[in-house]
Design a protein around this ligand. Structure first.
Ligand code: 13P
Length: 268
């Protein structure tokens, strides 16, 4: 991470887990583990019905609550869907967009991701846009070009100022929920490539300001190594975010990395 230019973010994605009742116990366990010094932002992306309870449970803490998905239209006949304004009204500050599970199971396209991104930004949400390759795509050497394509579609129509409100999450599909995280070297290679994409499309200042997260089997045991990479500014954590203790350990690893980074900056 590079705290000098961008925010470190530890974001949990609870996926289809955590009821409004369960979130109370979870919050009681996590709150004592939240460090006072704000060296990283902390986000929990909850199922829509759990958002109000999560907002209540974490009121007066520095944990922000996010959604996991949203529709790009403002309102209308879209049974089962939720708009960006509804997320905001429920108290969400962030939303995940284009998670690979939504792309794979619900046919979400790159064009949908782009429309959702514009709608999220218009509503004042902080979008976390997910990109990532399958194992086949990685093995054929296509990972970086695929991700460049996903990014060019997702970020289409944004200007150099607006893009700074976007967070990118690199989530290799083969690493999600498999216990097989990318090595720090492999994850950094893709995240660096994402930064290069941002630089050539939005300029150096914007590229420097955008936080890029890694997601895919991030755990307390591998978080420090991944977060120490210069182009990895945080994590998007599924399984390990469901256990307050584990999530707390990952937050601690991010804080420690950010502290070391700050000391290095001060020494310069
Ligand atoms: P896991 O941490 O369970 O691999 O999930 C990652 C993820 O998909 C976060 O969005």
């Amino acid at each position: 991470m590079n705290k000098k230019y961008r925010r470190a973010i530890i974001a949990g994605n609870w996926k289809m887990n955590m009821t409004p009742t369960e979130v109370r116990d979870y919050a009681a366990e996590l709150k004592p583990l939240i460090p006072k010094e704000k060296l990283c932002d902390i986000v929990l992306c909850a199922p829509a019905v759990t958002i109000p309870a999560a907002v209540r449970a974490f009121r007066a803490t520095r944990v922000a609550i996010g959604g996991q998905n949203m529709h790009y239209e403002a309102s209308g006949a879209y049974t089962g869907e939720i708009s960006a304004d509804m997320l905001v009204a429920a108290g969400a500050k962030y939303t995940i967009i284009g998670h690979s599970e939504r792309r794979a199971y619900y046919g979400e396209t790159d064009a949908d991701v782009n429309k959702k991104l514009h709608a999220a930004l218009a509503a004042g949400l902080r979008p976390i846009v997910c990109v990532g390759e399958t194992l086949d795509q990685r093995e054929t050497g296509a990972a970086c070009s695929l991700i460049n394509y996903q990014l060019s579609m997702a970020l289409y129509g944004l200007d150099a100022t607006t893009v700074r409100r976007v967070t990118i999450a690199y989530e290799p599909i083969w690493a999600i929920g498999t216990g097989r995280a990318a090595t720090a070297e492999d994850a950094e290679e893709v995240c660096r490539d994402i930064r290069i994409f941002l630089r050539s499309n939005f300029g150096a200042r914007s590229a420097r300001a955008v936080s890029i997260l890694y997601g895919g089997s991030m755990k307390p045991a591998n978080a420090a190594e991944l977060l120490a990479c210069p182009d990895i500014d945080g994590g998007l954590i599924g399984g390990a975010s469901l256990k307050a203790g584990e999530f707390g350990q990952i937050i601690a690893a991010a804080q420690e990395t950010a502290r070391m980074q700050r000391e290095e900056d001060e020494a310069e």
